[in-house]
Write a protein that binds this ligand. Structure first.
Ligand SMILES: CC(C)(COP(=O)(O)OP(=O)(O)OC[C@H]1O[C@@H](n2cnc3c(N)ncnc32)[C@H](O)[C@@H]1OP(=O)(O)O)[C@@H](O)C(=O)NCCC(=O)NCCS
Length: 330
């Protein structure tokens, strides 16, 4: 098949997590839980929590600078900054604009996409479109979330799951066969209230009552999320592989969203992909939402686990419900 339009490729990656570690045993001191329960139900052992005087843009800045360095590029080389996040520094403006100023970027356009845990995949897919259309040559794509600020630390069913982090990738025009071969996004808004923060938006702005009722933290029907996540990620993974004219046997590595080890193993089993090819780092960081895929991708890149020509499958699922997948030749 001849290619008529340019493809976009990942030129560099970077990541950043806070230094403060909160272990399962630490959580067992504040809610009625145990390391054993959290480990067997989720695979998570510890997570990182951002310092009080820092914001999501601080983590994003570090991850972005590392991605630019890995790509051998300068901020001045960027045409756009696209950030996947649901925990921006402010209600508005976008975190991308705050990040742009922190990086000292000029002559760029920057914006956020909010697809919760699928945020990075959505940002990557949008950046891919801009690059492939020829409108831009280089984009910084970031996934960052600081969900520790939106957790009810008295709710044992949610506070054990999440952590903070940021990951970034520099996307540019590919001059060879490398690059994003296929990317696909999907949503089902009928699940909007299955995983959400009830107050703080225009529907239910902050009041003394919403704060007292603890409505500014994550509410989730975990079982429902689990069920739909596995099914949806399997379907969309098969679709992107099909669009790239590849089969599951061609996949060198899967970098899935890191929500729950049981979700990941169920997905791998349904796709018939052995766990040796599936990246799991959630024992160290928990679910870092939009950051989870780029953080894991950066780790495997730094560990030298991705070779030239490898086919890497990314897949994500989160609030919305919003999910997506991408298949990339490195
Ligand atoms: C949240 C999740 C770990 C819960 O696991 P589960 O096996 O579904 O457990 P349940 O919710 O059925 O709870 C089982 C019991 O454990 C209890 N429990 C919940 N959290 C607990 C905790 N941290 N420690 C100990 N017990 C806990 C529940 O109260 C319930 O007790 P009960 O039977 O007396 O009512 C699991 O549903 C999950 O991971 N879902 C996906 C969530 C997710 O990934 N969200 C983000 C998507 S991006």
């Amino acid at each position: 098949m001849t290619r008529t339009e340019p493809r976009s490729a990942i030129l560099g990656t970077g990541s950043a997590v806070p230094s403060a570690v909160v272990t399962n045993d630490d959580l067992a001191k504040i809610v009625d839980t145990t390391d054993e329960w959290i480990t067997t139900r989720t695979g998570i052992k510890e997570r990182r929590v951002l310092e009080e005087d820092k914001a999501a843009s601080d983590l994003a800045r570090l991850a972005s600078e590392r991605a630019l360095e890995n790509a051998g590029l300068e901020v001045a080389d960027l045409d756009a900054i696209i950030v996947g996040t649901c925990t921006a520094d402010y209600q508005f403006p976008s975190l991308a604009c705050v990040l742009e100023a922190k990086l000292g970027a000029k002559d760029v356009f920057s914006f956020d996409v909010n697809a919760a845990c699928s945020g990075f995949l959505n940002a990557l897919s949008v950046a891919d479109m801009f690059v492939r259309s020829g409108r831009i040559r280089k984009a910084l794509v970031v996934g960052t979330d600081v969900l520790s600020r939106f957790l009810d630390w008295q709710d044992r069913s949610t506070c054990i799951l999440f952590g903070d982090g940021a990951g970034a990738a520099v996307l540019g025009v590919s001059d060879d066969d490398r690059g994003i071969l296929s990317a696909r996004l999907q949503t089902d808004g009928s699940y909007a209230e299955t995983l959400y923060v009830r107050a703080g938006g225009s529907k239910r702005p902050a009041t003394v009552e919403t704060v007292e009722n603890r409505e500014h933290s994550i509410f989730m029907n975990g079982k429902e999320v689990f069920k739909v996540a596995v099914r949806s990620m399997e379907e969309i993974s098969r679709r992107v592989l099909g669009e790239a004219e590849l089969c599951v046997e061609d996949v060198s590595l899967v970098v899935p969203h890191q929500a729950n080890r049981r979700i990941i193993t169920a997905l791998a089993a349904r796709l018939c992909i052995p766990m040796e090819k599936v990246i799991v780092n959630l024992h160290k960081y928990g679910n870092t939402s939009a950051a989870s895929i780029p953080v894991a991708l950066d780790e495997v890149r730094r560990e030298g686990r991705i070779a030239a020509g490898d086919i890497v499958l990314l897949n994500a699922f989160g609030a919305g419900f919003a999910w997506g997948a991408a298949v990339i030749r490195f």
